[in-house]
Design a binder for this molecule. Structure first.
Ligand SMILES: Nc1nc2c(ncn2[C@@H]2O[C@H](COP(=O)(O)OP(=O)(O)OP(=O)(O)O)[C@@H](O)[C@H]2O)c(=O)[nH]1
Length: 603
């Protein structure tokens, strides 16, 4: 394949601005999919891509385009996920291309994720083609939006292409712009192999299939390949490219191309997204830069409601991990919840998706404990330990200091919301690093913030105080000491390990106060009074009470309405499914997550 005829690109957009619809139209206009085969969101329905309607994995497709200059070009379109939990994957996907289509809805204009994604593409030095989309709509204001793109992002308005993914208007121009504006891939095909793994899937027969962008060299069946970071070696069975119908084998892959290979790789750990593949006999001198393995940053406990399901949960986690390399788990025992697993995730959305998949695909009923960041503890003995579970924090007398993870938080916002955002970040113990005025009355704010502080409600509050216009991004920047304490929760006098949490000393009281009140609300009344207490060390700092039960549920249905009675009993039974008995007290799922909202939402 002549690299001068290759164009590798991604489509990026704010959610709902029409990314998938435009991709569909591109597939159709390049005859990759016949009109008969065409169905909406063609790429989304490629088996491995989507879960819950959110793209969580990057994916790729190759199409042929006959351009106006008479040449046929190969387009490799790499789809990207949108959520910040998967920024890691977006940035890997963007590493595999030379240019992007930045889709902006002509009725909405530039929005938060337009900016965040634009900056990601800019970081990679990519050619950015603005596509003002949905011009068929009566309230479209394409010229105005093109000006907005110029003011806010600094891309000249005359570079914008006006299009409608729905009617196909302007899409031909988009295809021509891809040919003319996006450069062909560089890279020496005679050099040693250097291939970036930007995604991978697991196939029951062929093992792990890494998705590759070749920067240098070539690879073909029979080659002995080496994984850069682990040094593991494999022999290549097949190589190929992505076609709309699935994987298609080719004789070789060369520098500039996007494709896949199989090499009987059985263990998903052996090839991680972001890693580099090279040849064993003739290795490249350096991996693709900036490699860091996807590292879980948020941990939570997952326990089967029915303790007999422990083995099934283990098997389900193992299977799921094949499809989700970032998922981490290890066995954990809780006094309150019994046998379960401590699981590590890339963020809260990732945690939610995993729990939902376990329940839906494997039919498990689970109790999840509140997600927590990873703390580090320096002990007086000089030893340093990582804490994945607040309950494991050593006795305070042994602790020299506790360190918490920090992130570099970048917020982009229209000027008028700066005051509110500064206040919010201060409340979250953030320290400003810089503030830059951008064209179009936009401001970039950069902070250092404890990760634990922005984990729960920060994004929602940022959105609501900026009417959806501010966008954020963050990256881990290491650990700093903090004045942190562990708060223990006692239910009916017994400490419940699964409810313990770590907080900044100054905030601990407010969170504890609000948490015990919430617990008192969600824990069902029992035959006896149940005190709920929060303590730091031996000192009780907050207390609430679940008053004793007086009536049973049926009491209010005096009279003879049998169906209502039945319904109530059924409802009660369903509620039971997610109750865990702690001592004599039944505690529902909500209780374990109550700390997420406790005392944090002061607004
Ligand atoms: N009128 C009109 N509607 C469009 C156009 N493009 C997309 N839409 C509609 O806008 C909505 C969102 O389009 P999608 O293509 O799913 O947008 P997306 O950016 O891929 O959204 P996510 O996949 O959720 O990130 C859908 O209801 C589309 O039918 C267009 O050019 N004109």
């Amino acid at each position: 394949m002549d690299p001068r005829r290759i164009r590798n690109f991604s489509i990026i957009a704010h959610v709902d601005h029409g990314k998938s619809t435009l991709a569909d139209r591109i597939l159709q206009m390049t005859h990759a999919v016949s009109d008969r085969e065409m169905r909406e969101q063609f790429l989304d329905s490629l088996e491995l891509e989507r879960e819950r309607g959110i793209t969580i994995k990057a994916s790729a497709v190759r199409v042929f385009y006959q351009a106006e200059d008479g040449e046929t070009y190969v387009f490799n379109l790499i789809d990207t996920p949108g959520h910040v939990d998967f920024t890691y994957e977006v940035s890997r996907a963007l590493a595999a291309v030379e240019g992007v289509l930045l889709v902006v809805d002509a009725t909405q204009g530039v929005e938060a994720q337009t900016i965040a994604n634009f900056y990601l593409a800019l970081e990679h030095d990519h050619v950015i083609i603005p596509v003002i989309n949905k011009i068929d709509l009566p309230n479209a204001r394409p010229l105005e939006v093109a000006m907005e793109v110029e003011e806010v992002l600094g891309i000249p308005a005359d570079e914008a292409i006006f299009a409608s993914g729905k009617t196909g208007e302007g899409v031909k121009e988009v295809l021509e712009a891809i040919v003319k504006r996006i450069p062909p891939p560089k890279g020496d095909r005679e050099a040693p192999l250097k291939a970036l793994i930007f995604d991978s899937i697991y196939d029951a027969y062929q093992g792990v299939i890494p998705y590759l962008r070749l920067f240098e060299g070539q690879v073909r069946p029979g080659d002995r390949i080496r994984v850069w970071s682990t040094g593991k070696e494999f022999t290549v069975d097949r190589v190929g490219v992505f076609r709309p119908g699935g994987l298609e084998a080719t004789p070789s892959l060369e520098a500039g191309e996007v494709g896949w290979l199989t090499a009987a790789i059985r263990d998903i750990h052996d090839v991680q997204v972001g890693d580099t593949l090279t040849l064993a006999q003739r290795p490249t001198d350096a991996p693709y830069p900036g490699f860091r393995p996807a590292k879980p940053v948020v941990f939570a406990g997952l326990y089967p409601v029915d303790s007999g399901d422990y083995q099934r949960l283990r098997e389900a986690l193992e299977k799921l991990k094949l499809n989700d390399a970032a998922l981490f788990f290890e066995p954990e025992t809780s006094e309150a919840l019994g046998f379960g697993f401590r699981c590590g995730f890339l963020g809260l959305l990732h945690a939610e998706i995993v729990q939902e998949r376990l329940e839906r695909e494997f039919g498990l009923d689970l109790i999840a404990t509140a997600p927590s960041v990873v703390y580090k503890v320096r002990l007086k003995s000089g030893e340093e330990v990582e804490i994945h579970n607040p309950a494991d924090l050593p006795d305070p007398t042994r602790i020299e200091e506790i360190l918490e993870p920090y992130v570099k938080l970048t917020v982009y916002t229209p000027e008028e919301y700066v005051g509110g955002i500064m206040q919010l970040v201060q409340e979250k113990r953030g320290r400003m690093r810089s503030m830059n005025y951008l064209p179009g009355k936009r401001v970039e704010l950069v902070y250092e913030v404890p990760f634990g502080e922005i984990l729960y409600d920060f994004h929602d509050r940022l959105k609501s105080l900026s009417r959806g216009y501010a966008s954020m991004d963050y990256e881990q920047i290491g650990y700093q000491p903090g004045d942190l304490v562990k708060v223990t929760i006692l239910v009916h006098g017994e400490p419940v390990d699964a409810l313990a949490f770590v907080a900044h000393r100054e905030k601990a009281y407010a969170i504890a106060r609000s948490l015990v009140d919430k617990l008192a609300e969600v824990i069902p009344r029992q035959q006896f009074e149940v005190p709920i207490q929060a303590a730091i060390g031996g000192k009780i700092i907050a207390r609430a009470t679940v008053r004793a039960l007086r009536k049973d549920v049926l009491a209010k249905c005096y009279g003879g309405d049998v169906t209502r009675k039945k319904k109530l009993l059924e409802k009660q039974k369903e509620g039971k499914k997610r109750l865990k008995a702690i001592g004599k007290v039944e505690v529902p799922q909500e209780a374990f997550l109550a700390v997420l909202s406790a005392g944090r939402d002061e607004s």
